[in-house]
Write a protein that binds this ligand. Structure first.
Ligand code: CTP
Ligand code: CA
Length: 226
């Protein structure tokens, strides 16, 4: 018996999405985290699945339910996210919304760090995490055909987004203003611009679900050669 073909403009396409923060352990009870809610990435994964794609969503710790029809892989750290992304390859499109922690502690103390009574805080030695988007952008054998990064910025949005487009070797950057007054970070809405080598497209302030549907529509257009 043949499996029923899924309808939709992304039927037969494999799409990878990363979402959420990563947690980087300091000791068994503490970690480094950030304010990412995962909402934008979960909405993109859901929209891609609705469009018929075979979707793998690699998510850091968030309090969101699995979107219907999406294969969700839950991870904690940046290095776990990198490994889960590698094992999802090859994919047609990858959309990297995760707020990957830039740094982890050099050593995860296996025991709870205690105050030593001196009043001096311990020094946390940080090392840089792997750049998952750049790894895909420069992948020697399995670069996604369409690679989309996100850039959350509080300053110099476009200049920073363009620099990231080049440095990370991706095709589009969804530039996202996360100034606290926008409420974008962790909120229900997003004000984004799509930065590509062809130019900049400004989108109005939209619910994250609508940003997701519009982005998935653009991805389908891309594969349709539009
Ligand atoms: N990204 C990633 N792995 C990292 C850091 C970032 O995959 N270790 C991805 C994010 O998912 C996003 C894009 O890269 O799609 C841009 O993330 P951002 O934090 O804005 O870029 P950074 O290179 O970390 O620069 P910054 O110093 O501005 O944080
Ligand atoms: Ca970063």
């Amino acid at each position: 018996v043949l499996a029923p073909q899924r309808a939709g403009r992304l039927a037969g396409r494999k799409v990878l999405v990363t979402a959420g923060p990563t947690h980087e352990p300091i000791d068994p009870v503490r970690y480094i985290a950030n304010r990412s809610s995962g909402r934008q990435g979960f909405a993109i994964a859901a929209a891609a699945a609705e469009e018929g794609a075979d979707v793998v969503l690699v998510s850091g710790p968030v309090s969101l339910a699995d979107p219907p029809g999406v294969n969700v892989v839950r991870v904690e750290t940046a290095r776990e996210m990198m490994a889960a992304v590698e094992s999802a390859l090859p994919v047609d499109a990858a959309v990297m919304t995760a707020a990957v922690a830039d740094w982890r502690t050099e050593a995860d103390s296996g025991h709870k760090i205690k105050k030593d009574g001196s009043g001096r805080p311990p020094a946390l030695v940080l090392v840089e995490n792997p750049d998952i988007l750049a790894t895909l952008g420069h992948h020697p054998s399995a670069r996604p055909k369409l690679l989309v990064g996100f850039a959350a910025e509080t300053d110099d949005l476009i200049a920073n987004a363009r620099a990231k487009l080049d440095r990370k070797g991706c095709d589009w950057i969804v530039a996202n203003d996360v100034n606290p007054e926008t409420g974008n970070m962790g909120g229900a809405f997003n004000t984004v611009r799509i930065v590509s080598r062809a130019g900049i497209e400004e989108w109005p302030r939209l619910a994250k679900e609508d940003v997701a549907r519009r982005l998935v529509g653009r991805i389908a257009d891309h594969f349709a050669g539009a």
